[in-house]
Design a protein around this ligand. Structure first.
Ligand SMILES: Cc1ncc(C[n+]2csc(CCOP(=O)(O)OP(=O)(O)O)c2C)c(N)n1
Length: 622
């Protein structure tokens, strides 16, 4: 249900930024208060990203107040902090639908609004895309401005640096705003983070905080004073900001919660030419005590009552992420050479407990998927047993590293691939739809798809013992609920499938957890059901045998049908001249929208009912 606007009288008047720009500057602090409260009340009813949005309320208001959006381009990095932007740009009354099936997108989305100039979800794309837009704006000569807003977490990725390196050499007009809250999802890590901390801890910054308002805000157009201001700042801020070395005019750090100062500073910077860099300090979760105190838990929240603390998760069975995290601890207890790597996803990947128990085997590399994989390659070369814990969707970033740095050299790296398949509310940018397709074509790879929790544990163990590249891919959330024996890890025979039930005529070959959905279907149809376990190497011996006793095949997987596990079965049958019809069930050739996991499974006919229907349609019509 939309929130009652009576409680937000000023915000109620703002349907679009043009309404915002009619306000007097002095009204902006009140608007920020209302916007913050609206955001809190709205997200607590819908679930979604909270702490990051609370931290950029003033920045978002100031940007839309100063810049002529949507003519001027405002590009948010990742986009999880863009809820206040959505509220101010025509979507306030639809915020109750965010992340829901057919509702507002979780992140900026081009098809949703002209104010969303770049569709996002993955991090660190804002500076590169903004640079592209600023090049076009330069050619167009209409004085269009381009601003990128990027967090101190997202700026750790190589892509951001590649773009800054380029921007510094081109000298196009653009503004990069670093929203520095000293947090990624967890605490931010790395040398850049230390550099930012040094800037902040300098005595000079303390003076700047006091005197900075004068320096940054109350001067007439910054152009006239640019030189002086720049020198002043450079002299004041020690050590010299790395961003200046990249060719940016660095201003900051400044208080990102003082909306009036932000407006003045942005107005000044707006008329500045060349690449500009504004470093603002914000507090993640600002204005909501619980989120300020625990920004990690409040990064993304379920529905909750803002008057009370966030409820503890009540799931009775462990998620696959937990199964992985528990296995990792057990394995690390036995293996001194184990090294586990996460690209900034400690919480999501189930590694919190591991990071505490085995800090010497734990590597958070920041948002740097490519580096995570090449780091693992180096470790494997030098005798360690690395494990890269990574979401399916983020592994897309590190594809060349997987091929060139790991697989070609046949190195013993285990990829623990979480969120494979339908992820739910995060939508198209986050679906783990392609990993089976892009992994199975890589020579040397072993690719495993557990159908339940114990099998997941056994496969992780099997992959870890292998002296070559291996991947275990498992979905978001809980599995079948099957109890896992914490004592047991069994090494599986490579490329050997498991017969679940024997039937006749029809053989259903299942890759992964959709097996649970296929069990009642196989029973009903009297079909043979196979838990294939391995996408690569494929159990071709079994497929050949089955083809001798069965007329029809169905393959099931939670991956794109194009190039997926089922394609492997088709290729084998064709190569052997085995003429059997095969129905491939999986994800269709389009980007899959957001919704709850059950909603999406149902929509794609991947639940029991849908699988049965698909089989009936295929075989009745043929
Ligand atoms: C390529 C990629 N890797 C990982 C993520 C997951 N992720 C989403 S937000 C986030 C942290 C971003 O931190 P920061 O940019 O500092 O923003 P803040 O939440 O602190 O405002 C991460 C790691 C992602 N979206 N994209």
């Amino acid at each position: 249900m939309p929130l009652d606007l009576k409680n937000y009288p000023l915000l109620a008047k703002i349907n679009y930024p043009e309404d915002l720009r009619l306000l007097k500057k002095q009204q902006l602090p009140l608007l920020c208060d209302e916007l913050r409260l609206f955001l809190l009340n709205s997200v607590s009813q819908t679930s979604g990203h909270l702490a990051s949005g609370l931290g950029v309320v003033e920045l978002t208001v100031a940007l839309h107040y100063v810049y002529n959006t949507p003519f001027d381009h405002l590009v948010f990095d990742v986009g999880h902090q863009a809820y206040p932007h959505k509220i101010l740009t025509g979507r306030r009354d639809k915020m109750d639908s965010i992340r829901k099936y057919k509702g507002l997108h979780p992140f900026p989305w081009r098809e949703e609004s002209e104010y969303d100039v770049l569709s996002v979800g993955h991090s660190s794309t804002s500076i590169g895309a903004a640079l592209g837009m600023s090049i076009a704006a330069g050619k167009e000569q209409k004085n269009r401005k381009v601003v990128a807003v990027i967090g101190d977490g997202a700026i750790t990725a190589g892509m951001a640096f590649e773009a800054m390196n380029h921007a510094g050499s081109l000298n196009n007009d653009m503004l990069v705003i670093l929203n520095d809250n000293e947090m990624s999802i967890s605490e931010n890590v790395g040398a850049l983070n230390n550099h930012l901390a040094k800037i902040l801890s300098g005595d000079i910054y303390t003076q700047l905080r006091e005197g900075g308002k004068k320096v940054l805000s109350n001067i007439p157009p910054i152009k006239e004073f640019a030189k002086r201001t720049e020198e002043h700042l450079k002299g004041m801020v020690s050590p010299a900001s790395i961003f200046e070395e990249f060719g940016f005019n660095y201003i900051g750090p400044m208080d990102g919660h003082n909306v009036l100062d932000l407006v003045d500073t942005l107005k000044n910077m707006r008329s500045h030419s060349g690449p500009q860099f504004l470093h603002v300090m914000t507090k993640k979760g600002k204005g909501y005590k619980q989120a300020e105190l625990d920004p990690i838990r409040y990064h993304a929240v379920p529905k909750f009552n803002p008057e009370q603390a966030l409820p503890k998760s009540v799931s009775s069975s462990p998620t696959f992420s937990q199964i992985f995290g528990d296995w990792l601890i057990d394995m690390a207890d036995q293996d001194d050479k184990l090294a586990a790597i996460t690209p900034a996803m400690r919480e999501g990947s189930g590694m919190v407990e591991f990071s505490k128990r085995h800090p010497d085997k734990y590597y958070d590399v920041a948002i740097a998927e490519q580096h995570a994989v090449t780091l693992a390659a180096g470790m494997a070369i030098s005798g360690l047993n690395p494990i890269v814990a990574i979401y399916s969707t983020f592994l897309q970033r590190a594809y060349d590293q997987l091929i060139h740095d790991v697989a070609i050299q046949n190195l013993g790296v285990l990829f623990a691939i979480d969120r494979a398949g339908i992820v739910g509310a995060d939508g198209p940018t986050h679906q783990g739809a392609y990993d089976l397709s892009f992994l199975r074509c890589v020579p040397n790879m072993v690719v495993m798809t557990p159908s339940d929790e114990q099998e997941c544990r056994d496969m992780l163990y099997t992959g870890h013992l292998l002296n070559g590249p291996a991947a275990v891919r498992y979905p978001r959330g809980v599995g079948s609920g099957k109890a896992v024996d914490a004592q047991v890890m069994t090494q599986l025979s490579l490329g050997k499938a498991r017969v679940v039930s024997e039937g006749k005529e029809l053989a259903i070959l299942c890759f992964g957890t959709l097996l649970q959905q296929a069990i009642p279907v196989a029973e009903k149809l009297g079909a043979t059901l196979i838990d294939m376990r391995f996408v690569k190497p494929l159990d071709t011996t079994l497929i050949k045998q089955l083809s001798e006793s069965h007329q029809h095949f169905v393959t099931i997987e939670e991956n794109s049908i194009a190039g997926g596990a089922g394609s492997g079965v088709n290729e084998y049958l064709q190569a052997q001249r085995i003429n059997r019809p095969v129905l491939n069930i999986g994800l269709p050739d389009r980007f899959i929208e957001q919704g709850t996991q059950p909603e999406i499974y149902h929509m794609l006919q991947l639940d029991s009912e849908g699988i049965e229907q698909q089989i009936a349609e295929y075989y009745n019509n043929n």
